[in-house]
Design a binder for this molecule. Structure first.
Ligand code: MG
Length: 306
């Protein structure tokens, strides 16, 4: 494959975002003119003290386009035309926070909850990425656009791996309580990070408001002033973004688990999942489920009964 090199000059703010974005991929570089270097699977990124940033490797164009929107591949005319037909249903166009979660109906994998802060000025960027049309957002599309969103939009995200999730269920929590506590946590973290409290905050509703506050009442901080709304991801861009980030995190973790096992782990909780769980138990024993599955789901009983 082609070994491309792309050089950008970026501002300090973007460089700081890059440094935290790629922190897990940092490698040592002793060159005194190099501020940071990151090695990803198909691209090496070098940030120089002069603010010059060099992307080198097969994925250079893609990775560079995350940081410089002018490099974004423009959509084909056909894609644009289809988009016109499904004009955004967003009913809120001002600055706001939104939260949503992913993984609640998936037997395997973590529970991921995210809150994001979208400003009115971010809307054209999000529309350009197709965030306004959730029908088009399959997993492949999410993997493609999420890195760009992560680089631009402030957010707070937690993902609870199955082991910790199962431990909480064992302690007597139900899933709604776990979700409530994580929503409370990400909204708190994001509000702290933004140092902004008086921003409209929308939660994609999964239980009554009264029950929600009942569940979070023993948290060290209780975030109030939240608007609860169902199907909020199609009305509020920040909820849509939170859902995409949570999904991206879920998919990344599922890919990692699949790599460890050497097989693609199915999503959801249907027949395919039952089959897969059976094979898994045959190979690794029943205890393996506690590490990678939400064991209170009915799927576990079905396996134990066999
Ligand atoms: Mg939701």
């Amino acid at each position: 494959m082609e070994n491309k090199t792309i050089t950008l000059i970026l501002d300090e703010d973007t460089i700081n975002k890059m440094i935290s974005f790629y922190t897990d991929n940092a490698v040592e570089n002793k060159n005194e003119y190099v501020l940071n270097q990151f090695k990803l699977e198909k691209v090496t990124i070098t940030i120089y003290t002069s603010k010059k940033v060099v992307f080198q490797g097969e994925n250079a164009s893609y990775e560079a386009s995350i940081w410089d929107n002018s490099l974004l591949e423009t959509e084909t005319t056909k894609e644009k035309e289809t988009k016109k037909d499904n004009k955004s249903d967003w009913k809120y166009h001002k600055d706001h926070i939104g939260s949503d979660e992913v993984g609640t109906g998936d037997y395997f994998g973590p529970l991921c909850v995210c809150a994001s802060y979208v400003k009115a000025s971010d809307l054209p960027f999000l529309e350009e990425l197709g965030v306004d049309d959730s029908k088009k957002l399959n997993d492949e599309k999410i993997k493609k656009i999420a890195p760009r969103i992560l680089a631009k939009i402030p957010y707070s995200q937690v993902s609870l791996d199955p082991k910790k999730y199962n431990a909480l269920i064992k302690q007597g929590y139900n899933q709604a309580k776990i979700k409530a506590m994580l929503h409370n946590q990400v909204i708190h973290n994001l509000r702290e990070k933004l140092n902004k409290r008086a921003v409209l905050t929308i939660m994609d509703q999964f239980l009554s408001e009264a029950r929600y506050y009942e569940y979070v009442k023993f948290s060290p901080y209780i975030e109030g002033q939240i608007k609860f709304e169902t199907k909020a991801e199609s009305k509020y861009p920040a909820v849509a973004v939170a859902s995409i980030i949570a999904r991206y995190s879920f998919l990344t973790k599922m890919d990692k688990l699949s790599n460890e096992i050497g097989k693609d782990i199915p999503k959801g909780a249907g027949k395919e999942v039952d089959e897969f769980a059976k094979e898994l138990v045959n190979e690794y024993g029943i205890d393996k489920l506690n590490d990678i599955a939400k064991v209170h789901f009915a799927n576990t009983k079905k396996i134990e009964e066999e």
